[in-house]
Design a protein around this ligand. Sequence first.
Ligand SMILES: Nc1ncnc2c1ncn2[C@@H]1O[C@H](COP(=O)(O)OP(=O)(O)OP(=O)(O)O)[C@@H](O)[C@H]1O
Length: 290
Amino acid sequence: MLIVFNPTAGAGRRRRLSRALDALLRLGLRPEVAETAGPGDARRIAAAAAARGIMLVVAAGGDGTIAEVAAGLSGSPAALGLLPLGTANVLAWELGLNRTPEAAAQVLAQGKSGLVWPGHARFADGREILFVQMLGAGFDAAVVAALDLRLKRQFGRAAYVLQALREAPRYGYPPITASLDGGVAEVAASVIVTKGRLYAGRHLLAPAARPAAPGFQVVLFRQGGAAAALLAGAALPLGLVPRLPGVVIRPARQVVLTGAAVPVQADGDPAGLLPVSVEDGATPLRILLP
Ligand SMILES: Nc1ncnc2c1ncn2[C@@H]1O[C@H](COP(=O)(O)OP(=O)(O)OP(=O)(O)O)[C@@H](O)[C@H]1O
């Protein structure tokens, strides 16, 4: 077992990592630990580990770290383990993982696994990325892009709320055209293409989503403007986004999003600008589950 540790993810991460390592030791496991030094490292480390024949690579960080490790393991027989240390940890919530280090260690030691389909995004500039939870275009990506890392470290998830309040009046809400499975295009101010039901922690966004199945739920926010963005933000913790007027959710296997100067985020990290084409990854990922 190799643990890929992002020392910049979340708060109190070193202490949480060492608690997990202690718990693993008590369970008779002594994993290797590799620390990332910057973006892209987790992917390289995971790919090299899979090439060495390591069968379990654990992402110790947030959703961004998980996505990078997943990309590194793609196409290999190695399984992905989760040690949630991030700020939002949406995938951990989605899969019903207890976020204490001891419980995560227990899951890793147990070795029970299931399959999760990642999403694959291709950008106009040729970049390709894998995401495990969601890809957003529009307002939420503008919030992610503008989020100050120090603010995030200091306030955790509350930093996203502060940044959303700042961003709502100044974001321009340019229109996004969404083409689902090559059908009639829809126009929206923001779009979230999601594998999972949850968003920004454990808030319900797309009730019909199933991470274990191929395909996506596409959440279209038709109304732009600060009032609509703030209303969506207020509805989120109440689980009411799917019922907001102006929000429609559609299933799709292939999604093409276009728009001028529209920012994109994938699993909570900035991912550039539209256009982007999204479909299932080539193979499902094996993930350790409770
Ligand atoms: N040593 C490093 N220094 C700076 N950035 C790093 C380093 N290692 C990894 N990263 C980058 O940090 C990004 C954010 O990490 P991650 O998403 O895991 O944590 P988080 O943002 O706190 O959690 P969450 O996504 O759950 O909110 C990753 O996508 C990765 O590219």
